[in-house]
Write a protein that binds this ligand. Structure first.
Ligand SMILES: Cc1cc2nc3c(=O)[nH]c(=O)nc-3n(C[C@H](O)[C@H](O)[C@H](O)COP(=O)(O)OP(=O)(O)OC[C@H]3O[C@@H](n4cnc5c(N)ncnc54)[C@H](O)[C@@H]3O)c2cc1C
Length: 471
């Protein structure tokens, strides 16, 4: 018999105290309303434990009583993984576990609790002359546990890797309340399965991360940033290859945005001035880091060579921190500005880097043929092969009617191209609730059965984030 909500709330209060439990639906908005505004529902309660011991106590109780638990960090996930599916689950927010336990510059590590907000992690290590290079648009709200559980990417993956590559060890509470003590910072440890990498990217379905040992790096002395006019994604690819060849590992970011992205941001007042060198069908935002004592002007020299070779004909270099911030705002506001243009249909996909021009060309052609007037806005992390293949509704169209007509059809078309090109239907946002059916259709059946076996072994009663990822 499932426990009634009132019993769930009173049991939780007995475990962690009344101030750490929210039982009134009208106080739950912060935890239920997510950025996509697609998955509104209700929860039995919100629990905000203040220690690892309290997380363990909640899990022991939840396992015994078969109460479903959704771990939550900053609630910024884009696939509905952090919010309820049914309404009888509890949300276990890690927000109160927000201590930086240690920064070890010699080892190049930071140990942070799951509830640390990414921006605070940045500040803590920057004070020590180092960086934690996971940078993304939601860094003011996203928390370490959520970032790791969704294996977040962001704008520095090219140089430093995604959350998985930045994690050395995790501490996690399992479904039955046991504590997995995996906070190691060893570069070499060949003692069995890679349990850390099961928990990272598991979207809260295998355990609750309570802390992690993360890699930190020496802080670059400076950055060189440029916004380059490019004629097409094809030119973007050639330019990317040229930059990688000339700059190597210090090439931090290579992002592309179409002209429509700039037009929309200027139209809606997201930018107070045009950050580009002039009109162009596409723009590439390129950033290079300069370490202490390293050569200056590397990016400028590489861009001048590209000019001389006729690959590009216009570009602007950031000349101040304000310029750099402005260029990055242009890139990072892309998702948000689309909401000002009515309904939009989004795909977070990746393909081998060399296939990006083909993905964009085929996707745009197919979408325009199916829905004349549709406005393609594919943008993103070209250097990682990850494009946010978004479409805005035709000007003046009815948003709801557009979504009803185009959502499914466009998904089919874009995912078919992505899979044919050897890509992934979820590059960095995950599966959550949004792509459960899709995953079943496209993932190798053997991989799915291995994932199911792991889930059954670690969470036999299926109480951790049920219905997400594996369904
Ligand atoms: C404006 C904006 C820009 C974004 N840009 C990017 C981007 O560039 N790259 C990118 O990859 N993502 C991006 N995202 C998506 C989002 O920020 C990331 O998915 C982030 O990693 C989620 O962190 P969170 O703390 O908000 O986690 P939540 O949304 O709270 O949770 C995400 C998942 O992690 C699980 N979880 C949370 N905490 C724990 C824990 N302690 N233990 C176990 N499971 C847990 C949840 O159950 C859920 O499955 C963006 C989102 C927004 C709103």
């Amino acid at each position: 018999m499932p426990l009634p909500s009132s019993q769930i709330v009173s049991d939780l209060i007995a475990l962690i105290g009344g101030n750490a439990v929210i039982g009134e639906p009208e106080r739950m908005g912060l935890y239920l309303n997510e950025p996509r505004k697609r998955f509104h529902t209700k929860a039995a309660a919100i629990a905000l434990p203040g220690s690892v011991g309290e997380v363990q106590a909640i899990m022991r109780w939840a396992n015994e009583n078969e109460v479903a638990v959704i771990p939550q960090g900053g609630n910024t996930g884009l696939v509905g993984a952090q919010v309820p599916l049914r309404g009888d689950e509890i949300i276990l927010s890690l927000a109160k576990l927000d201590r930086i336990r240690a920064v070890d510059t010699a080892a190049g590590t930071m140990t942070a609790e799951a509830g640390v907000i990414l921006e605070n992690a940045h500040k803590a290590v920057e004070a020590e002359g180092t960086i934690f290079p996971l940078w993304l648009g939601s860094q003011g709200s996203a928390r370490i546990g959520g970032l790791l559980s969704s294996n977040a990417g962001g704008v520095n993956v090219l140089a430093y890797g995604n959350a998985r590559e930045l994690t050395m060890g995790v501490e996690a509470v399992l479904a039955d309340g046991r504590l997995y003590q995996g906070l190691n910072s060893l570069k070499k440890d060949n003692t069995g399965y890679d349990l850390k990498n099961l928990l990272v990217g598991a979207e809260g379905t295998l355990g609750i991360i309570t802390a992690a040992t993360l890699k930190i790096y020496p802080k670059p002395e400076d950055f060189e940033t440029a916004l380059v006019n490019i004629a097409s994604p094809d030119v973007g690819l050639k330019l990317f290859e040229a930059m990688r060849e000339r700059i190597g590992a210090r090439l931090n970011a290579f992002e592309i945005v179409p002209a429509l992205g700039l037009e929309l941001q200027l139209r809606h007042g997201f930018l107070d001035r045009n950050p580009s060198a002039g009109p162009s069908p596409w723009y590439a935002l390129i950033e290079v880091s300069r370490m202490k004592g390293g050569p200056e002007g590397t990016l400028l020299a590489a861009i001048e060579t590209a000019f001389a070779e006729g690959m590009i004909d216009n570009a602007v270099m950031a000349e101040s921190l304000a310029d750099r911030t402005h260029m990055w705002a242009f890139r990072e506001q892309m998702s948000e500005v689309q909401s000002k243009e009515g309904a939009s249909i989004k795909h977070d996909v990746s393909v081998p880097i060399a296939a990006i021009p083909q993905l964009i060309a085929e996707g745009v052609t197919a979408a325009e043929r199916l829905f004349p007037g549709i406005r393609p806005v594919p943008f993103g992390h070209m250097g990682d092969g990850n494009i946010h293949f978004n479409f805005s509704q035709p000007v003046g169209a009815d948003g709801k009617a557009f979504m009803a007509e185009a959502d499914e059809k466009l998904h089919e078309v874009i995912y078919e191209i992505v899979l044919r090109l050897g890509g992934s239907v979820s590059a960095e946002h995950g599966i959550g609730q949004l792509k459960v059916d899709l995953l079943k259709q496209v993932k190798d059946p053997v991989a799915l059965s291995m994932m199911g076996a792991i889930k059954a072994a670690l969470d036999p009663k299926g109480i951790l984030n049920p219905g997400k990822m594996l369904g």
